[in-house]
Design a protein around this ligand. Structure first.
Ligand code: ADP
Length: 487
């Protein structure tokens, strides 16, 4: 401890002051003396004493109260209280306000110096600890700030647009990719409602779908031909995250591919019709032997398969290209009964049992009846096709919060978990499909396109070997909402 430390004596008792002065001077401490409150405040303002020694009665005031007030401002200042009349309550009160130690008469120089040294040592320890803590906290704060800066840099350099919205769709964060996409410049938009800042119908419907928990992928198109795929996901306790990925080049490639497939499929149809026509004529121009008849049968089956594939491709092209058909108010139960009538022969042929559950008063849907029939044909047709003879098929419709929920379940082979995420892709067939079950892998892609066009959702639940359940959720027709939307 360097002995040049300054000790401030706030003592007004002429009998003991010289004793303290002498003891401290002998130990080479600097000493300052305050004989009243004003002098005490002045010295504390002008100097930084290492220790304050104050008597319990200081100029008719209470040394403990003065100490309490000082410790509020200077919590690390060690204070020694000289107690003129020792009482347990005084010692307790002194410790409660944070006084380091008390000195009681009879005073001896040794006692004074031990108490002074101890208080200074303790203050030194507390000082060291405080400095270490400040250093540690500062370092961890610096680390946090660095991490935040890194995150900010990453956020600002992400090529995809990212918007984070808080309550009431107020903007919390928005990266430069979004500013560029919507030409927002550098305007200050934090805290504003996103729809006041960005006026785009697709963004509006994306947020509407998010709040209605509907399909949450939307394409945001611009007049200059740019297209973004926008998705919305809830962030717990914060709000929503919208991400936007530019897909202009994918759209172009997809369009070229669709045009190509459409042209090829269209051109394939006429020769196929011709082949089928001539095959039908063969046995009319002369008797065929059994082998020739079998060959003709095989040609016919193959031509039918190719024709089905071409028709699927043309359907998919039409649906993906947007709706050609008119949207009208349709009743799902009517279309479902029609589909079931058409598929009845197949169900009887495989001796399967079908169970249909339709609640009364299913709300109508707004759409093209042909598309809805294609959707049901494919889903129920698949259940019949993949479920072995004698199996069970269940079709259930439920209505929940303005949504119509259709479930098609079967007791068939199910779909391996690894295949489930891909079965809605074009030409994808699961790995457990057996050879004699024909298919192009386009049916579910058609169903998915239709469901997407209706702003609905579709998914499959399946345990391998224990059947599959396809669930489709479609928004029910609500004239007040839907009539305002573009067709
Ligand atoms: P496909 O013409 O092959 O039936 P889909 O697109 O309709 O094509 O279906 C894709 C794949 O999903 C099928 O090949 C099959 O592996 C699987 N799948 C579809 N429905 C079922 C079902 N009900 N049970 C088991 N697997 C199914």
């Amino acid at each position: 401890m360097p002995k040049s430390d300054l000790v401030l004596l706030a003592l007004d008792n002429p009998d003991i002051l010289p004793l303290f002065e002498r003891a401290l001077a002998a130990a080479s401490y600097q000493v300052a003396i305050a004989r009243d409150r004003a002098a005490l405040d002045k010295i504390l303002q002008e100097t930084s004493p290492a220790l304050l020694i104050i008597s319990d009665v200081f100029k008719e005031g209470s040394g403990i109260d003065i100490s309490a007030a000082l410790l509020e401002r200077m919590p690390t200042l060690p204070i020694l209280l000289f107690v003129t009349h020792e009482l347990p309550s005084t010692t307790k009160a002194a410790l409660r306000v944070g006084i380091s130690d008390t000195l009681n008469p009879p005073l001896r120089i040794d006692d004074i110096m031990r108490s002074v040294e101890n208080s200074l040592k303790r203050a030194q320890c507390i000082g060291d600890w405080t400095r270490r803590e400040v250093k540690r906290t500062t370092a961890s704060l610096e680390k946090r700030v660095n991490e935040l800066q890194k995150l900010e840099t990453i956020f600002n350099h992400i090529e995809d647009g990212v918007i984070i919205l808080g309550k009431d769709h107020r903007i919390l964060l928005l990266n430069p990719a979004v500013r560029k996409a919507f030409a927002l410049g550098q305007s200050d938009i934090a805290g504003k409602n996103i729809l006041d800042v960005i006026e785009h119908p697709a963004l509006d419907s994306l947020l509407n779908s998010a709040s209605a928990n509907l399909h949450q992928y939307h394409e945001i198109g611009f007049e200059d031909g740019r297209v973004f795929n926008a998705q919305c996901a809830p962030i717990p306790d914060i709000g929503l995250a919208i991400t936007m990925q530019e897909i202009t080049y994918l759209k172009r490639i997809d369009q070229m591919k669709s045009d190509f497939v459409h042209a090829v499929s269209h051109d394939l149809r006429s020769p196929l019709t011709a082949i089928l026509g001539y095959v039908e004529l063969l046995d009319r121009v002369g008797p065929l032997n059994d082998q020739q008849r079998e060959f003709v049968r095989r040609v016919r089956v193959s031509v039918h398969n190719i024709t089905a594939l071409v028709n699927d491709l043309l359907d998919l092209g039409r649906i993906e290209g947007g709706f050609g058909g008119q949207k009208e108010i349709v009743r799902l139960d009517g279309i479902l009964n029609y589909t079931l009538d058409n598929l009845n022969n197949q169900i009887l042929g495989k001796k399967q049992h079908i169970h249909v559950e339709l609640p009364p008063n299913i709300p109508s849907l707004r759409g093209d009846p042909i598309h809805l029939r294609q959707m049901l044909d494919n889903l129920i047709g698949n259940s019949i096709k993949y479920t072995p003879d004698g199996g069970e098929i269940q079709v259930r419709v439920e209505v929940n919060e303005g949504q119509v929920i259709l479930r098609v379940s079967d007791s068939g082979p199910g779909i391996p978990p690894a295949d489930q995420p891909h079965i809605f892709e074009k030409f994808y067939r699961a790995s457990n499909v057996v050879d004699n079950v024909q298919g192009s892998g386009l049916g579910l892609a058609i169903v998915k396109s239709i469901v997407d066009n209706y702003e609905g959702r579709i998914w499959v639940d399946s345990v391998l070997g224990h059947g599959a359940t396809f669930t489709v959720v479609l928004p029910a027709y609500r004239p007040e909402v839907m009539e305002t939307r573009p067709a």
